[in-house]
Write a protein that binds this ligand. Structure first.
Ligand SMILES: NC(=O)c1ccc[n+]([C@@H]2O[C@H](COP(=O)([O-])OP(=O)(O)OC[C@H]3O[C@@H](n4cnc5c(N)ncnc54)[C@H](OP(=O)(O)O)[C@@H]3O)[C@@H](O)[C@H]2O)c1
Length: 307
């Protein structure tokens, strides 16, 4: 008799995380990735109908409005998608006995800490995006309290194929401009979507307990340190100068320190995620391969040692 495969439904399937979840699907998992055009999570009836149609064991809810500055300018829309959308998905999952992973962010924290944020550290979002994601967390935690199999997984500084990301932005800018300036007073854990997706699949396979989990890369860096590493790995000589956030005012404030503590994850899985430098090299290698497939004359392979 063949064993039934675990069915996972992904919302926001066209985004960075959705792309990585599909690429890292374990053999015993059947994965259906619904893109925004397939399912709008703000439509509660459509969310329920999608779950009834697909009958998943788990939903990984990756759909979100992630444009932090745009969220600042339209808090109602941010709340509707990131808060209301998550409430719809978590409620639909709980009432059908389906497990649900709601993906959240370090932006729920104030960013004034000096040591890594634990899962139970007090939240105090300072941006519209952060508040809307916290509203989503609260809705998910209400469904957990009502008996749902709900995991709230906070991650941060995600880069990878499938969407706009910092590595691509710096790679392009470093190739086009004589010099770059990058903020050095914001610190976090740059996380390759591939490593994040592997960890999410592993958490589900391990039967991780409902509740809040922090999942991001090992190590920490400022955006400036990260940019310097990107430029060096690409073998470019473009100088990257540090600057302050005040020199580059943006509509939405960012946490100065967003490092998440992953002690709980490491204790549960027996390991954490690889270091962010390893993630960077993995992504650059993937990019070079994709570039080589598109244009064999112009691949830019990463250089240096990831460890
Ligand atoms: N990227 C990061 O640095 C980061 C950091 C911390 C946490 N997170 C969280 O991680 C999760 C995955 O984000 P990501 O990095 O994969 O971002 P992403 O690349 O922007 O993907 C999000 C996806 O959600 C879709 N979406 C937007 N509104 C939707 C709606 N109403 N209904 C259904 N789908 C909708 C988007 O589609 P369209 O583009 O077509 O609208 C997009 O494909 C999100 O919960 C995000 O908040 C991300």
């Amino acid at each position: 008799m063949t064993e039934r495969r675990v069915r996972v439904l992904v919302t926001g399937g066209g985004g960075i995380l959705g792309t990585a979840l599909a690429r890292t699907r374990p053999r015993d998992v059947e994965l259906v990735a619904l893109r925004h055009a397939d399912l709008d999570v703000t439509d509660a009836a459509a969310v329920g109908a999608a779950l009834d149609r697909q009958r998943p064991d788990w939903v990984i809810h990756g759909a979100a409005w992630t444009d932090v500055d745009a969220c600042e300018q339209d808090p109602a829309r941010a709340l509707a998608i990131n808060g209301g959308g998550t409430a719809n998905v978590a409620a639909a999952a709980r009432t059908r006995g389906v497990g649900c992973v709601c993906v959240s962010t370090d932006y729920v924290f104030a960013g004034s800490a000096t040591t890594p944020y634990a899962e139970d550290a007090p939240v105090a979002p300072h941006s519209s995006y952060g508040r809307s994601k916290r509203a989503g967390e609260e809705a998910a935690l209400r469904e957990l309290a009502a008996g749902g199999r709900i995991l709230v997984v906070r991650t941060q500084w995600v880069f990878g194929a499938g969407g706009k990301n910092f590595v691509d932005t710096i790679a392009r800018a470093a190739a086009e401009r004589p010099a770059l300036k990058v903020v050095a007073d914001q610190v976090g854990c740059p996380t390759w979507s591939h490593h994040l997706a592997l960890a999410l699949h592993e958490l589900l396979a391990a039967g991780a307990e409902p509740g809040i989990w922090h999942v991001s890369a090992d190590g920490q860096a400022s955006w400036h340190e990260f940019a310097v590493a990107i430029v060096a790995a690409l073998g470019l000589a473009t100088p990257v100068a540090p600057c302050t956030s005040a020199e580059f005012p943006r509509p939405a404030p960012r946490p100065a320190y967003g490092v998440l503590s992953k002690r709980k994850l490491a204790a549960r899985l027996g390991h954490g995620l690889p270091h962010w430098r390893e993630g960077l090299f993995g992504y650059l290698a993937e990019r070079a391969k994709a570039g080589a497939a598109e244009d064999p004359q112009s691949p830019v392979p990463p250089r240096g040692n990831p460890t």
